[in-house]
Design a binder for this molecule. Structure first.
Ligand SMILES: NC(=O)c1ccc(NCc2ccccc2N2CCOCC2)nc1
Length: 254
């Protein structure tokens, strides 16, 4: 009897390129999460909600200018169908360069939602009135411009799905993930013991799990200090973390 008697989370994606979703539905952890029933993923194509001969999904922008916008009516109908499937309380998320920066904390919060609908914009984007009427949260996966919102939606879904209970096998690996404690990940090593003349840090061969835990935490703290001081400054370090970081910085001076 599978321990995962939880109801599958339903994630709908509104996109004119539904086949792109195979990148997360056919591979790796996210495809396993679907197979084991932790999550259901469904694409909703605005083109299926057109009634003209050419299945038109784009329209000209008022005020002129280059490019087209997504046609309002097919988009609205696709969004409503997706919401009905995902559950009426589902949050509708719009990916755009104007969104708030997506991060691990947002992934953790969204992983608690029962259903989500992602709107992947194409062309030059979407009518502002549709955004006001239909969108609950606008997110960006980074400060750069993409040809569409699908990759952003898939990035968010991947980050969220791996946090769902029972998805990552032994749950603690999600907690040990970098960013789960707000720190960057420590270095990792596997065979051979000597690679291009470089050995594995002896502590990792010691079998002393407490020493290994402390070494890994020290490395995460030191790396976060060196590469992303902005992340470190946001954290309240425990006494142990403070001590380990100081030791790391001392050792760096030698
Ligand atoms: N950073 C991100 O999360 C991100 C997300 C989407 C995205 N593009 C789709 C898009 C969506 C909404 C509005 C405009 C657009 N664009 C369409 C193509 O032209 C530029 C504007 N780009 C980057």
């Amino acid at each position: 009897m599978s321990s995962d008697r939880r109801r599958a989370k339903r994630y709908g994606v509104v996109s004119i390129f539904p086949e792109m979703l195979s990148a997360i539905s056919q591979y790796g952890v996210s495809s396993r999460a679907i197979d084991q029933g932790s999550v259901a993923l469904e694409a909703w194509n605005p083109r299926s909600f057109t009634h003209d001969r050419h299945h038109t999904v784009d329209d000209r922008p008022y005020g002129g200018g280059p490019g087209m916008l997504m046609k309002v009516e097919p988009l609205k109908q696709a969004l409503h169908a997706a919401k009905a499937w995902a559950g009426e309380g589902s949050k509708v998320i719009y990916l755009s360069p104007q969104g708030q920066p997506f991060n691990q904390r947002a992934a953790q919060r969204l992983a608690a939602e029962p259903g989500l609908v992602f709107l992947a914009g194409r062309y030059e984007g979407v009518d502002e009135r549709l955004i006001n009427a239909e969108i609950d949260e606008e997110w960006s996966i980074g400060d750069y411009v993409l040809s569409g919102g699908e990759l952003g939606a898939m990035v968010m879904i991947d980050a969220i799905v791996r946090l769902l209970p029972g998805v990552l096998g032994h749950n603690q690996s999600a907690e040990q993930d970098s960013f789960s404690d707000g720190l960057l990940d420590c270095p990792h090593y596997t065979r051979p013991e000597v690679y291009e003349g470089e050995t594995v840090p002896e502590v990792l061969l010691s079998g002393n799990h407490e020493r290994i835990r402390q070494w890994r935490l020290k490395q995460s703290l030191g790396r976060t200090y060196e590469r992303r001081l902005d992340l470190l400054q946001r954290l309240e370090l425990s006494d142990e973390q403070q001590r380990l970081l100081e030791e790391y910085l001392e050792e760096r001076k030698q």
